[in-house]
Design a protein around this ligand. Structure first.
Ligand SMILES: CC(C)(COP(=O)(O)OP(=O)(O)OC[C@H]1O[C@@H](n2cnc3c(N)ncnc32)[C@H](O)[C@@H]1OP(=O)(O)O)[C@@H](O)C(=O)NCCC(=O)NCCS
Length: 378
């Protein structure tokens, strides 16, 4: 078996065919990942796909897409893992394990402090990924939103077309979010106008709002399965929701949003019910680098919380110093999963480890709200 290596440009189509064989057996040529995630699977990004070949044939693959995460004032690049697949005939022989180890090695070398992916906790838990981050789920109901007024019915709702001024507007709105993933302007058309997605916009004087829906069902009543992003003017956004839900005869609609205040403010008034869940699975690849990137944010939070001190954090294979100013040095030893819980847990680790040395102090500035918008999935 060869060592995994990045695909060459001329191997891109073969890699996409292999991925179809893994994820959609018998449907060769659909390029399922490329049509679902056109911003990530472009020929020029062939090198993001790691291929493992045996006797010339692809036996396994995995992709690593760099995602620049926005966490308040901090920016850090995470290696986003996708397209994890092994030839159906060759499963259970450690091919995925080899690919994941190789990806970890390469992501550390590229200077990514974190890696994120979506998948089974047990499958990826062996390799140090743990569930984390935050995503809000809202159940919007016609009852809570109320019927559209006559004026709302007259609003001009348009389907998103990727004209430059509109792309810039969508990007600018996102830039103001404290939590999310940076979206280069050139990615906006692929992010908002692609197979299985329907984005509506409304311009009303100086007001602007958008609603991005996932999957357009075949039946009229199931037209919108999920509203996975809403933004802009909150009132106008809710007016659009009233109109679109009335047009489709929907009495309820699931919506998801990040912990960004404007997104929550748009959806919450029209919701009958809401929950929070993890946004993804996270692995901390380089603890010291992560702390260095987060240092200004953590110091600001520490000042605001009135805490200081030095925290020597250790986990298997990693140790790092978090310096929050003068004070005694506390030793904190955690396992890999707890480390994710400390920084990005949905259930704050300090609640679980209440009473443990140093945790009470760190619990006043952590966890952070890491959020990967559904639109940025890879
Ligand atoms: C998932 C998939 C990639 C696994 O590939 P594989 O080459 O068979 O995996 P490995 O042989 O390295 O590992 C086999 C299992 O041992 C597990 N394992 C790894 N290290 C282990 C350890 N130390 N102890 C116990 N189990 C371990 C792996 O998590 C994996 O679990 P799984 O059966 O839930 O997948 C393969 O089944 C596949 O292609 N499935 C279809 C596509 C898919 O679902 N991809 C994942 C999308 S998130």
């Amino acid at each position: 078996m060869d060592k995994p290596r990045p695909a060459r440009p001329e191997e891109f189509t073969e890699a996409l065919d292999f991925i179809d064989r893994v994820f959609r057996p018998g449907q060769k040529g659909r390029f399922i990942l490329q049509s679902n995630y056109p911003h990530a699977y472009r020929p020029q990004y062939a090198g993001r796909i790691l291929l493992l070949r045996d006797q010339g044939q692809i036996a396994g693959c995995l992709a690593v897409h760099p995602l620049t995460l926005r966490l308040e004032e901090a920016r850090l690049v995470a290696g986003g893992i996708g397209a994890v697949g092994t030839d159906p005939e060759r499963r259970g022989h450690g091919i995925m394990s080899i690919l994941l180890e190789e990806a970890n090695h390469r992501m550390r070398r590229a200077g990514y402090p974190l890696s994120i992916l979506w998948g089974d906790r047990r499958r990826y838990g062996w390799f140090g990924w743990e569930r984390g981050g935050i995503r809000n789920n809202f159940t919007l109901t016609a009852r809570q939103l109320g019927p559209p007024t006559a004026a709302e019915r007259r609003l001009a709702l348009e389907r998103f077309v990727p004209e430059p001024s509109l792309c810039r507007r969508l990007r600018t709105l996102d830039l103001h979010h404290p939590y999310g993933v940076e979206r280069p302007l050139g990615d906006i058309p692929d992010l908002f106008a692609r197979v299985g997605r329907q984005t509506w916009i409304c311009r009303e004087g100086s007001r602007f709002a958008y609603l991005a829906f996932q999957r357009e069902g075949r039946q009229r009543r199931g037209q919108y399965e999920l509203l996975d992003e809403a933004g802009g003017d909150a009132e106008l956004g809710r007016s659009m929701l009233r109109v679109l839900m009335a047009r489709s005869g929907l009495s309820r609609l699931q919506a998801s949003a990040g912990p960004n205040p404007d997104q929550v403010a748009l959806l919450l008034p029209g919701s009958s019910y809401w929950t929070r869940e993890c946004s993804c699975m996270i692995k901390i690849l380089d603890l010291q680098l992560l702390i260095d990137k987060l240092q200004p944010l953590l110091r600001r939070r520490a000042r605001q919380a009135g805490i200081s001190g030095r925290f020597h954090l250790s986990a298997p294979g990693q140790e790092a110093l978090l310096d929050l100013g003068a004070g005694k040095t506390q030793q904190i030893e955690l396992d890999e999963q707890e480390l994710v819980g400390l920084f990005f847990g949905l259930h704050p680790l300090a609640e679980r480890l209440a009473g443990e040395q140093g945790m009470e102090l760190l619990g006043r500035i952590l966890p952070l709200s890491l959020y990967i918008p559904t639109i940025n999935y890879i």
